[in-house]
Design a protein around this ligand. Structure first.
Ligand code: ATP
Length: 275
């Protein structure tokens, strides 16, 4: 549900060091965040505050991790929702939920004595697709308008400075009104990792696992072209399960090798149309 993330007692804090293979995305994002941190200077110079950052790219590449890392980097509270949370049958409910999440963010920032908050909206295209293109377009239009109104209302000297981070793999579906200056005017591409990126991610997700001497993660990285971070995380988990099934105390290279196929197979099964 909306805002749940902020009320759940701290899950492990995520920092940029926990994200593998996204150095250019992280660099771009940090630049934008450093800019925001300088809010007194921004105010003094009369610069329009940066309100929204949109992250684009395929699923499972770390967009959610990036938003959470951005929150710890800027010492902000973190509130998250998915575009589909705002889709309701009844007119006005989506818009109400948009206003509610902004309110929740402000309130929990005050409660936690923080000066800023990050609102993360995953699958934003669901709520922000081009107006007039949805079946029940009136309702969508209201929801999107509510988001635009909230964003337009953000000021640099607000008690709680809010930044909206949104993620989508369909930036082409977004209403252009959202991409105009003063709204989501920074775009950060979060692509599938290359070989070195995959190696970094594999290292991160095996750091808590006992690896046998013969494990060659570079080789695994070579074999996993097209895998996302989420696939790689799942691969390391599968490898550990395979080792456990054999009653072993360590994970061997062959387990990783076998897990590659498992993850690929799993993907194929997932993609089967529903009966
Ligand atoms: P979606 O668009 O499907 O929401 P996403 O891009 O937000 O996906 P995340 O939710 O951030 O992806 O990633 C899912 C999980 O995959 C993470 O919790 C993490 O375990 C792993 N993961 C994904 N990308 C990375 C990465 N770059 N480095 C380390 N782990 C990653």
């Amino acid at each position: 549900g909306i805002g749940k993330a902020s009320t759940i007692p701290k899950r492990q804090e995520i920092s940029f060091e926990d994200i593998g293979g996204q150095s250019s995305a992280i660099k771009e994002l940090k630049e934008a965040l450093d800019f925001i941190k300088n809010y007194q200077e921004i105010k003094r110079l009369g610069i329009r505050p940066l309100k929204g950052i949109i992250m684009t790219g395929p699923p499972g590449t770390g967009k959610t991790l990036m938003a959470r890392a951005a929150a710890s980097y800027t010492d902000s509270i973190f509130v998250s929702a998915s575009g589909s949370d705002f889709v309701e049958m009844y007119a006005g409910v989506g818009a109400q939920r948009v206003r509610k999440i902004f309110q929740t963010a402000r309130e929990s920032a005050i409660k936690q004595k923080k000066k800023s908050g990050i609102i993360f909206i995953d699958e934003v295209e669901v709520l922000a697709s081009k107006r007039g293109q949805n079946a029940s377009h009136m309702e969508y239009d209201q929801t999107l308008n509510a988001l635009l109104v909230e964003m337009d209302g953000l000021k640099v000297d607000d008690n709680v400075r809010l930044l909206i981070m949104a993620a989508t793999n369909r930036v082409d579906m977004m209403d252009p009104a959202l991409l105009r200056p003063g709204r989501f005017d920074r775009q950060v591409k979060v692509d599938l990792p290359d070989k070195n990126g995959r190696l970094e991610i594999l290292k991160l997700h095996t750091s808590n696992k006992p690896l046998a001497q013969n494990v060659d993660l570079l080789q695994v990285a070579r074999e996993t072209f097209g895998f996302s971070g989420a696939h790689l995380e799942s691969l390391t988990n599968e490898a550990a399960i395979l080792a456990m099934r054999e009653g072993l105390k360590e994970i061997y290279h062959r387990h990783f090798h076998e897990a590659v196929d498992k993850v690929i197979m799993g993907e194929k099964l997932d993609r089967r149309p529903n009966p």
